[in-house]
Ligand binder design. Sequence first.
Ligand code: ATP
Ligand code: MG
Length: 574
Amino acid sequence: MRMSKLYMPTLREVPSEAEIPSHKLLLRAGMMRKLVSGVYSYLPLGYRVIRKIEDIVREEMDNAGSQELLMSAIQPKELWEASKRWENFGPEMFKLMDRNSREFCLGPTHEEYFTSLIKDEVKSYKQLPLNLYQIQTKYRDEKRPRFGLIRSREFIMKDAYSFDKDEEGMRNSYREMWEAYEKIFTRLKLKYKVVQGDSGAMGGSNSHEFMAMSDIGESLVAYCDSCDYAATDEKAKVIYNIKQSDEEMKDIEKVYTPETKTIDELVDFFNIEKSNFGKALIYKASGEPVVIIVPGDRELNETKLCNYLKVPEHELEMADEETIIQITGANKGFTGPIGLIGDVRVLVDSRITKMKNLIVGGNKTDYHFKNVSYGRDFTGEVVEDLLLVEKGDICPKCGKPLNMDRGIEVGNIFQLGTKYSDSLNANYLDENGKEKPIVMGSYGVGVSRSMSAIVEQYHDDDGIIWPLVVAPYHVIITVVNMKNEEQSGLGEKIYKELSDKGLEVLIDDRKERAGVKFNDRDLIGIPIRVTVGKKASENIVEYSIREKDEKIEISTDEIMDKIREEFERQGMRI
Ligand code: ATP
Ligand code: MG
């Protein structure tokens, strides 16, 4: 491809909303453009990367025995009503209506649609297992679209669905998809971790997330360096070290604590550690207030709360000031479990039940209670674990301290069980003619998000450093001075030779200053670079790799050997 003809509208300035490197660089390099918030077009260079990612995903899915098809993005409301997700998906779903007032959505995912597709055709155990996938555009009206392709409202996903006779079959399919994903993300050169995930709105029992590790990642991963335990912060089980369990119960006291609202202010006031407090939080779940008590030194895990209450995340919110006053009779900052007004639901993290002599809010402005113990002074619904994991917590598997890092979720695998086959009546007849529900799994890869994740892991101050497998082109030839016929002639000759060898080659034949060409070359991140300059008459060019600093002069006969070397180094062949 000639850069004089290439549609590559690079930008000097990027919009201030672009906060992270991949968002800035993909815009600056003219690889994508924003239409409206969270909606992007992929321009020629960017789209080549997308297609390469898709090809890798496709190859590995095909190798794992999954079959590709393509479904519609538009789905009728009735499908989603059957699984109760028309409501549960909430405001994230893009909804629309046809001219006859029939309601539809733009598919945010396709569990219902795939289940309904196969249910009339797959009737016998002989047709199972079955695994189908598509690479398709998905729509989610995200609350906070940001970070470019990482959290967008229209994005490309590979979604696959497995259909099995029983749990064991489902676990097999799950294992096969897991292995396929490991191959995909390894080939994409992503540094990733596989972590236990929360199944959330998807339903089902077991799930894992593939996390591309990155400081800008929106997900927090707790992992153990001593064993293989790893889980998202939403999922990670918290083992909490209870300190006060052996104490004697003391008499409860009401203490005047003027203007002392936050945990830090209370720590100063009582001159005692955070772990001696019982922290009360008030939420509204589907509009109903609920009080949650957790140890004062820990944060509440909202995902665990939603799972326990069986409410979708979008129906959970912190209570407003008015609700707090209604329930406690006090201003914000003095909420506690004793003397709440009316019949309000109180959830207690199980650790609280073993702690003694806690300090809690007095449900009266400017007052707290001291020496409070569960059972004697208050009760509630005990929930085993409502806490958010922290760095240094004990690994639930081996007992060593946990580490925490950020990650970008690029893939997700779910064991769905029979959630969708039950609600959509997808049954089959087993060997004995008995009707049974099909057991399902679902498996997603964020194709467009992966492109950003790769850029996050492979860039420097000057631009993108594409790994060869996904690079829009393998080689870039920069002709320093197009007016010099020796240079342009040699550039053209190399361009033809390399292209004839099957390489994907860009030639910078623009009549731009050398500095502009070099800057653009760094920005768009083509891995292998040949510069044709002053020594063109001697058939000598400069050769360099985007990833490395060093430049060497080589004769034109050596170019192919050098390129082969680089292909090999990156685990590829030509
Ligand atoms: P997240 O927790 O990041 O919102 P999710 O759990 O909602 O992700 P899934 O429903 O499992 O995501 O979708 C499968 C894959 O699609 C994800 O692993 C991710 O790579 C990608 N994906 C999900 N939402 C978006 C989005 N808004 N923009 C880009 N890619 C996305
Ligand atoms: Mg989501």
